[in-house]
Design a protein around this ligand. Structure first.
Ligand code: SF4
Ligand code: SF4
Length: 413
């Protein structure tokens, strides 16, 4: 990106933010919904009727049983986990709480695979999940965080799925993903009729028709503009569609001053945008406090984006547009001669700096096939202008490595 455009983005961001008047100078009390889930939606061809706002557990830790109890009490019936979440603790907690209530809920788990992973390994992973979940079966089992057609098309996955279905260990199968080659993966999976459900990173920043409308004059473009197309394509085959990463970065506290007391919150606004799309069946969101759960469920049953919600989305986009890495865009891929996976590095940084969850960020960082260690000794020139969205990659990657690599200290950037 040239300097002129970068300067324009910065000036636009500052000017737009300055013109956005906070509702108050301090955070307001969050509106709490105690009525629970208001809508259960059909999850495509599975015919499961699931809560439109459902339980994401990527950050669920030992000792947090009360969160699962609270979600159940509020009517949530769809629990999304994975073997890699919190090193298995997520599945363990869910399994413990749901013991004896298994017939009241739908369970989803996932495993990370590669194009060379064997069916036998996948079966071992599934059986590990079933043990931790204390159940004989999961309703949906997903190939986790896919970002390559060779992973989706691995014939071992299909052999595994056929066997696991035959043995009654899984009912339906799917993929989850949010990275740069997700579109290719979905196109392939739908064309080949490989999936019943997909879990995709999807938010208002990924729909050109909406995002470029609210950011007109701000010169920001939607990330993964093809996502609406592949979601429509999946729906034509009656694939269930569940959205995640719906908050476009999750800087909820930044938005508190712009929320009116007792009215819509930014999270509810973002959810209403997702749920008003008839091609999305439901969303999952990490629920880390009981207050979160009650705030989030305030958007359950949303059918449209209110004027107030639209204003909050507009404000968020203007406050965060120029400094938010939409890691799914991956337009900086190949910019680093040392092969640093820039988008993945910045995604893990987001977990630490925006979600304020350094432990989770470190675990995710440790899972990367390669990391940002080369940045520690690099001039930063090759990637300096590689981001069309104005992210200063060369200034973020080395501090991220220092923050998230074991033994490098606790400093937040
Ligand atoms: S740094 Fe820029 S180009 Fe790279 S993934 Fe983030 S937003 Fe996209
Ligand atoms: S700072 Fe250097 S090593 Fe790090 S991503 Fe940029 S080009 Fe690659």
């Amino acid at each position: 990106m040239d300097d002129k455009r970068r300067d324009f983005l910065k000036v636009s961001a500052v000017a737009s933010a300055a013109s956005l008047l906070p509702a108050t100078s301090a955070a307001q009390a969050r509106p709490q919904n105690t009525e629970g889930v208001q809508s259960y939606r059909r999850l495509g061809r599975t015919e499961l009727k699931i809560s439109d706002i459902s339980f994401g557990s990527s950050r669920l830790r030992e000792g947090e049983d009360h969160l699962v109890h609270h979600a159940l009490d509020r009517g949530i019936n769809y629990f999304d986990t994975a073997e890699s979440y919190t090193r298995g603790a997520s599945e363990t907690v869910i399994g413990r709480v749901l013991k004896g209530r298994r017939d009241q809920v739908y369970l989803v788990s996932k495993t990370l695979t590669r194009s060379s992973t064997s069916a036998a390994t996948m079966m071992e992973d599934l059986e590990g999940s079933l043990r931790r979940l204390q159940t004989d079966y999961v309703d949906i089992y997903m190939n986790h965080a896919v970002n390559s057609v060779s992973v989706v098309g691995n014939p071992e996955w299909q052999a595994f799925v056929d066997q696991a279905k035959q043995q009654g260990k899984i009912r339906y199968t799917g993929i989850s993903g949010h990275a740069g080659r997700l579109i290719d993966c979905i196109d392939y999976a739908v064309d080949e009729d490989l999936i019943d459900v997909m879990l995709v990173g999807y938010n208002f920043g990924q729909d050109p028709a909406f995002y470029e409308g609210i950011t007109r004059g701000f010169d920001m473009v939607a990330t993964q503009p093809d996502l609406p197309r592949v979601i429509s394509k999946a729906k034509r085959k009656d694939v269930g569609v569940v959205a995640m990463k719906t908050l476009m970065g999750g800087r909820l506290n930044d938005m508190r001053p712009y929320e009116n007391a007792g009215a819509t919150t930014y999270a509810q606004a973002a959810f209403s945008w997702v749920l008003s799309n008839p091609e999305v069946d439901a969303l999952v969101i990490s629920m880390t406090t009981t207050e979160d759960i009650d705030e989030y469920l305030g958007a359950s049953g949303a059918k449209y984006v209110s004027a107030e919600a639209r204003q909050l989305l507009d404000t968020y986009a203007h406050l965060n547009g120029a400094n938010y890495c939409r890691h799914a865009c991956n337009l900086c891929e190949g910019a680093c001669p040392a092969g640093v996976p820039i988008a993945d590095v910045l995604r893990t940084r987001m977990y630490a700096t925006d979600y304020k969850d350094v432990d989770f960020a470190r675990r995710e960082y440790a899972l990367l096939a390669s990391n940002a260690s080369p940045c520690l000794t690099c001039s930063g020139e090759p990637c300096a202008n590689a981001c069309p969205n104005g992210i200063e990659i060369n200034k973020l990657c080395a501090p991220t490595h220092r923050m998230l690599n074991p033994g490098q200290g606790e400093r937040l950037v």
